[in-house]
Write a protein that binds this ligand. Structure first.
Ligand SMILES: NC(=O)C1=CN([C@@H]2O[C@H](COP(=O)(O)OP(=O)(O)OC[C@H]3O[C@@H](n4cnc5c(N)ncnc54)[C@H](OP(=O)(O)O)[C@@H]3O)[C@@H](O)[C@H]2O)C=CC1
Ligand SMILES: CC(C)=CCC[C@@H](C)[C@H]1CC[C@H]2C3=C(CC[C@]12C)[C@@]1(C)CCC(=O)[C@@H](C)[C@@H]1CC3
Length: 339
């Protein structure tokens, strides 16, 4: 049976590697690359077709950081497909990352060193900004745009007699301490990435509570530390290449250094092969790579509580209402100006 799979941020890194891996296990797949840059999306499609001749690969223009773009893309999806089997919410950004060198060396010689390498806890900050919708860019891209996409696609995702799955590419950098329910967009802090990923973990839990009965199941994964455009924004690629032997050495102590996009996509690929009933809604599924280079997936319990996840879910629904109103007013103004 033909399965429909949509992957956001599919033109590079972990998203593109996932597409390669999915086409390798299911040649009947109807794969949709949802990307903000159509030139890069075309190049990704061409690369996929080189290794999987005859595969059905569609492109969709989607900027998850723009409310209007999410609505337009969702409309397009509804005209193209009559069901969605998997929606991989993978697009993500980490703008202007800064590593606290002092904290890094302090951590290196502490008992917490392994945890620091696995989670970057306490050593990584970012500088966020407002986008054209007036939202914090990291929150809008990593979380809210994806939330809106699910909401818009509910008619396809929640159909009686059909199971749909959404999978969030979260991170082990998601930390409770970085998130505040009073400041869900993280306007006031310096860890918007960690906050947005922690929020996605909570939304996944809430989605399972509200939508499992309608056939929608949500999961979260962490791909581990992977060399992609995102990590090349933290340190330049030549520097990562220089320290690669050290990275393989660290992998002996923490299997979270998956390093390649193929390895990082392990948990995403693994989830594709599981039945939703066998999954734990409170677990994050981690891609891991052993020192010998063997890939595997393990679940770890997330540090989240039901009450906060429910409050967050309600706050996102409220923000959705506000943004819909804002957008319809903006569109009415533009229409009035053209007449
Ligand atoms: N690399 C790592 O170590 C880790 C990564 N992750 C997560 O994995 C996911 C994939 O990142 P990764 O592969 O590493 O990095 P990449 O930068 O290679 O991939 C990110 C993808 O998201 C796309 N994207 C970014 N912003 C938007 C937007 N507004 N609308 C649509 N697409 C967008 C990018 O498109 P474009 O090419 O146009 O920028 C790109 O295709 C992210 O969610 C990231 O947070 C989690 C843990 C570790
Ligand atoms: C490896 C050596 C010797 C130096 C690199 C130090 C840091 C730049 C590096 C250590 C842990 C890394 C890490 C991430 C980024 C780079 C580090 C801070 C992530 C935050 C990248 C994105 C994620 O989502 C996390 C899962 C990563 C956690 C570990």
């Amino acid at each position: 049976m033909e399965r429909v799979v949509i992957v956001t941020g599919a033109n590079s890194g972990i998203g593109l590697a996932l597409c390669e891996r999915l086409l390798a296990v299911d040649s009947q797949l109807r794969l949709c690359l949802a990307c903000r840059n159509m030139r890069r999306a075309e190049a990704a499609r061409a690369a996929l077709l080189t290794s999987h001749t005859g595969a059905r690969v569609d492109l969709l223009h989607l900027d998850v950081g723009s409310v209007q773009s999410v609505f337009t893309a969702a409309q397009e999806v509804k005209t193209r497909y009559n069901k969605i089997d998997f929606l991989y919410l993978n697009a993500g950004i980490m703008p202007n990352p800064q590593v606290d060198i002092g904290a890094f060396f302090k951590g290196l010689f502490s008992r917490n060193a392994i945890n620091m390498f696995a989670t970057a806890e306490g050593i990584l900050t970012q500088q966020d900004r407002l986008n054209s919708d007036g939202l914090q860019e990291v929150f809008a891209t990593n979380l809210f745009g994806h939330f809106l996409l699910i909401r818009e696609l509910e008619p396809l995702l929640c159909q009686t007699g059909h199971i749909s799955r959404v999978v969030w590419t979260s991170s082990s950098n998601a930390q409770r301490s970085a998130f505040s329910i009073e400041d869900m967009q993280h306007r006031n802090g310096s860890e918007p990435y960690s906050s947005s990923k922690y929020a996605s973990d909570m939304v996944s839990l809430a989605l399972n509570k509200h939508k499992n009965s309608q056939g929608l199941f949500s999961s979260v994964i962490c791909p581990g530390l992977v060399m992609t455009n995102l990590t090349y924004g933290i340190l330049p690629s030549f520097f990562w290449t220089l320290i690669m032997p050290i990275m393989y050495l660290i992998r002996i102590f923490t299997n979270t250094f998956t390093l390649t996009p193929y390895n990082g996509a392990e948990a995403l690929h693994w989830l594709f092969l599981q039945t939703p009933e066998s999954l734990d809604p409170r677990a994050k599924y981690h891609s891991l790579t052993s020192a010998r280079g063997i890939n595997y997936t393990i679940p770890r319990q997330m540090d989240i509580d039901d009450e906060t996840s429910e409050i967050l879910y309600d706050k996102l629904l409220e923000l959705e209402r506000v943004m819909r109103k804002k957008l319809s007013e903006r569109n009415a103004d533009t229409e009035a100006q053209t007449y």
